[in-house]
Design a protein around this ligand. Structure first.
Ligand SMILES: Nc1ncnc2c1ncn2[C@@H]1O[C@H](COP(=O)(O)OP(=O)(O)OP(=O)(O)O)[C@@H](O)[C@H]1O
Length: 232
């Protein structure tokens, strides 16, 4: 498997404040990497770093420049206009020619089950529907790597299932996924690999089966093992 992204001994700061410390992380094609850890442990910051939005202040970040990337943020930013127009604008901002964005939007809305709401003001959508607009946007961009920041936080169980199904489809279609999650069931269902963060450090990074093998996890990181104990 070829390497898509690599962080080596990376420190990342926000507004001059150190947030990530000495992060060593490699992403290979086909990975489905879940980032877990307590609130404020650095999951969002790591996602933004991997997506190229926050250059490390120390260490190195290398990526396959040819691999298209997209990110679905925790709270999708939507303008006070129709769902369809939001999607087209988002695609245009991501670099698609306008006519192509207009062409692709209907199929993507249908893909995420929002075709009937295409004319609705996007700000009036529920949280789950807004998340699906963000996924439709990512769908159109056909990224090789998709970053998702707690994509099902605050969604009801049916919406959670739908978003998970879409993530699984991305993965089956060959997209490499990196997602932050507080939901261990979701991590088990979707991830092939899990990284545990604590206070801006990656303390464990293991294949999913090893991560949920308590003896193995305790051996690699007693902190991660304690986190799982408290979560259960
Ligand atoms: N814009 C910002 N300005 C200053 N500090 C920030 C900013 N964003 C994040 N931080 C700090 O960086 C640290 C890591 O935050 P981050 O959002 O990456 O954590 P997280 O693991 O994603 O948390 P959560 O589970 O709550 O989403 C926290 O201490 C946070 O206060």
């Amino acid at each position: 498997m070829s390497t898509l992204l690599q962080l080596t001994q990376a420190d990342v700061a926000i507004g001059g404040r150190p947030v990530l410390h000495g992060v060593q992380l490699q992403l290979a094609r086909g990975d489905r990497l879940a980032l877990i850890g307590a609130n404020g442990s650095g999951k969002s910051t790591l996602l933004r770093t991997l997506h190229g939005l926050l250059p490390p202040v120390r260490g190195t970040f290398t990526r396959d420049a040819a691999a298209r990337q997209a990110m679905v943020f925790q709270r999708p930013f939507l303008l006070r206009t129709s769902v369809q127009r939001n999607l087209v604008l988002g695609l245009w901002l991501a670099g698609l020619p306008w006519h192509e964005a207009v062409q692709r939007a209907p199929a993507a809305l249908a893909r995420v089950g929002l075709q009937e709401l295409a004319g609705r003001n996007a700000r009036h959508l529920s949280a789950g529907q807004q998340q699906r607009v963000a996924l439709a946007r990512a769908w159109c961009l056909q990224p090789e790597v998709l970053f998702l920041d707690e994509p099902t936080a605050n969604l009801d169980p049916p919406s959670k299932r739908e978003v998970e199904a879409l993530m699984a489809e991305f993965a089956e279609g060959g997209t490499t996924l990196v997602f932050a999650s507080h939901n261990l069931g979701q991590v088990k269902r979707l991830a092939t690999r899990v990284a545990y963060l604590e206070r801006g450090r990656v303390l464990a990074d293991l294949p999913v089966a090893e991560f949920f093998d308590r003896d193995r996890l305790a051996e690699v990181s007693p902190e991660a093992d304690l986190f799982l104990r408290l979560e259960h």
